[in-house]
Design a protein around this ligand. Sequence first.
Ligand SMILES: Cc1cc2nc3c(=O)[nH]c(=O)nc-3n(C[C@H](O)[C@H](O)[C@H](O)COP(=O)(O)O)c2cc1C
Length: 167
Amino acid sequence: MNVMEAIAARRSIRKYEDRPVEQEKIQKILESMRLAPSAGNGQKWKFFAVVDPAVIEKIGSVCLGTPDWIKTAPAILIGAGYGPGIMTCGHDTSSVDLTIPMSYASLEAVELGLGTCLIASYKQEDVCGILGLDDSWRIPLIATLGYGAEAPDARPRKDAAEVTQVI
Ligand SMILES: Cc1cc2nc3c(=O)[nH]c(=O)nc-3n(C[C@H](O)[C@H](O)[C@H](O)COP(=O)(O)O)c2cc1C
């Protein structure tokens, strides 16, 4: 599977088989995150793969909306960043930095036959507390991870003519 194939095959998966993710696959996904680029190669981050059901339950409990499906995921990926910083472009360094490894993880998961769903519906201080991190850490995204028990069609995207332009 090449990168474009993984991009095209990825879906947000919100239903999982009751089956653990092999440790070797978890390590490959963490490695894909570790290799991600960051502003100035700062790497002001730490990546967590949560597989302890009790901790997954706690994380699901602090997600807002309809979080029950989150608790059924066999693993949750978390990228946490530290250090203040606004880039020259005006955007927060941590938020931008951490989005990239989460994307890499979601694509590596596809290659490994796994599904993910990115989630931002939580207060980061709640997730920090569960991980034992102080409130100075930033957690812009987490992701569920596991063997999908659903195979949704591709969700619609705007036409290329509307959202792309070669200048
Ligand atoms: C930044 C970001 C935050 C998201 N937050 C949530 C979330 O809190 N809950 C959820 O169920 N899905 C969440 N998603 C998943 C999107 O709903 C999903 O990517 C979108 O509907 C397109 O579907 P697809 O991923 O299957 O292509 C999030 C996605 C992104 C990129």
